[in-house]
Design a protein around this ligand. Sequence first.
Ligand code: HEC
Length: 181
Amino acid sequence: MHLVKKLLIGAAALFVVIQLVPVDRTNPPVTARLETPPAVDAVLRRSCYDCHSNETTWPWYSYIAPVKFLVAQDVRRGRELINFSTWNDDPEPIRVGNAELVWEEVEDGEMPMGVYTVMHPDAKLSDADKAVLREWSEGYEESLESAGGDEESAMSGGSDDDEDAEHGGADDDAAEDDDAR
Ligand code: HEC
């Protein structure tokens, strides 16, 4: 009994001490947000934004150790890999790849994370939600092409300096033609 009491006091003391260890719960500015149709936006915000954006709603348990360490780590890692708040900072090929990954992860049932949906049941994706994400993901690359042909030719020219020097003139001509039409 004596030992059990000591252990309990030790555990309680440890619990108090780890509360003092800080974690980063900042929401950095939203600088280059992904623009999507409202239906897509709604699903992403409900199911993904807490970990893949700078608009995280930090839940009460993100203030209590040791859980707060896990939450902060998921958000840090999530933002590192895919961040809808800085989406357009990435070059076009990366964005296209990320849009593909979004549907892959959802299709495989990997995202949103299972531990998350336990605490946020409304973040679970219905079949209709999944269809919305799938359609967006599959059409993303095309939506870029129709939105900005000029930007695209500027991108592909800029991504390879050598080629740019050789074919720069041709690219410019093509861009001008687009403008004229
Ligand atoms: C609780 C936090 C959390 C939520 C909510 C969440 N994710 Fe994630 N996501 C992560 C973490 C953490 C990883 C990294 C997983 C790993 O390393 O295995 C990740 C990885 C990913 C990746 C893989 C990126 C890569 O480069 O491999 C994609 C894509 C992704 N998430 C999309 C989504 C989508 C779409 C949603 C919403 C439907 C979502 N996530 C919801 C935390 C989250």
